[in-house]
Design a protein around this ligand. Structure first.
Ligand code: SF4
Length: 355
């Protein structure tokens, strides 16, 4: 944050087209805008923020709400889930409530979002927009510049702080109006955000990774979900096996190791770093051997050799070797999840019972 700068508006900035337009439309009126980019294990790209600031001429801060978000999910979102694990209405409420608490810090007087009436089935129906405003207690200082002309004038417009004439009346799903406006605002063609979703809670492979954590681990923090995002994830009941796939996921796993975790690594061949996280007491010798065999299986060289090979097993300060044949078959039952088999976890968390 630039010191001694105060702002007129905080814009919820996902870097999607609508949030970009919202920031730009307000800046065009001469308003001072601070963009807030919310980050959790489920969405957000903190590494892109510097680039966006430069490309779009914006002033952006990263707001990490990872643990508050995990809490909200665990308690069960008041307005339920969308198709997968996405609690869109509660998500917006959480972001707005957080932004509201930050108004004073930034000296800002209102919050703006890129919501467009009728654009998304779950979170942008008129009644959902009202719930979002009411539950986040932002009535009176929440502006939706892209759909303002479909909504009653806000105090910011009535006082003249914001010129309602320079706001828009977008409605529905089409992107035509937005595309025309983004060009009018001078954003270069190659910098126009694509409609990619970018929220892992709406993607089935990720939802499958999160379900068992919610099911088995009431103390999970955002770090557990960051770990679930990388590499291959295998589960057998309360046994979680996280298998590195490349350098980045191996490093991520390395950073996440806790003293109670089992860490597997091949002694004689290059291969993945594998982390076993116990949620319900120590693992049996059989489970440890199965995990070691999978560690060997995911090393192409160990698999090609096809002979017993030593795997180093660490837990805290202790270390020993297990000699195993590379194999993915196992009696512990380690497997990758598919959504239809873990959907019940989401349903059990959904107190809203809308679907
Ligand atoms: S898609 Fe994801 S980030 Fe967007 S509102 Fe829904 S839960 Fe939140």
């Amino acid at each position: 944050m630039k010191e001694n700068t105060t702002y007129d508006a905080l814009v919820l900035f996902s870097a999607g087209l609508d949030s970009l337009l919202t920031a730009k439309v307000l800046m065009k009126q001469g308003l001072r805008v601070k963009c807030l980019h919310f980050v959790t294990p489920f969405f957000g790209h903190p590494g892109h923020v510097k680039g966006w600031e430069k490309t779009y001429g914006l002033d952006i801060d990263i707001i990490d709400v990872g643990n508050a978000y995990v809490d909200m999910m665990r308690k069960g979102p008041k307005y339920g889930f969308g198709k997968l694990f996405n609690p869109c209405v509660d998500c917006k409420i959480l972001m707005l409530s957080t932004a509201k608490k930050l108004l004073k810090k930034y000296g800002a007087s209102f919050i703006a979002t890129g919501e467009v009436v009728g654009q998304r089935p779950m979170s942008q129906r008129p009644d959902a927009l009202n719930s979002i405003r009411n539950d986040s207690e932002t009535e009176g200082f929440l502006l939706r510049p892209l759909s303002a002309k479909h909504l009653p004038p806000t105090p910011m417009e009535e006082s003249g702080l914001v010129d309602r004439e320079q706001l828009y009346g977008f409605y529905g799903r089409g992107r035509k109006d937005q595309m025309a406006l983004v060009r009018e605002l001078g954003v270069r063609e190659e910098d126009i955000p694509t409609p990619a979703g970018g929220c892992r809670l709406t993607e089935s492979p990720s939802a499958c990774r999160y379900a068992p954590i919610f099911e088995h681990y009431p103390d999970a923090t955002d770090q557990d979900f960051y770990l679930a995002n990388v590499g291959r994830q295998y589960w057998a009941g309360t046994h979680w096996l996280s298998i590195g796939r490349d350098k980045i996921s191996n490093e991520m796993i390395e950073r996440n190791i806790r003293p109670t975790d089992y860490v597997f690594q091949l002694k004689d061949y290059p291969g993945p770093l594998v982390l076993g996280r116990p949620f319900a007491g120590e693992w049996s010798e059989e489970a440890l051997r199965d995990a070691a065999a999978m560690t060997a299986y995911f090393s192409p060289r160990a698999r090609r050799a096809g002979t017993e090979t030593p795997v180093i097993l660490r837990q805290g300060d202790e270390e020993r070797e297990l000699s195993v044949l590379p194999s993915k078959e196992n009696s512990t039952g380690f497997h990758e999840n598919v959504w239809k088999d873990v959907k019940y976890v989401r349903n059990g968390m959904d107190h809203h019972h809308t679907r």
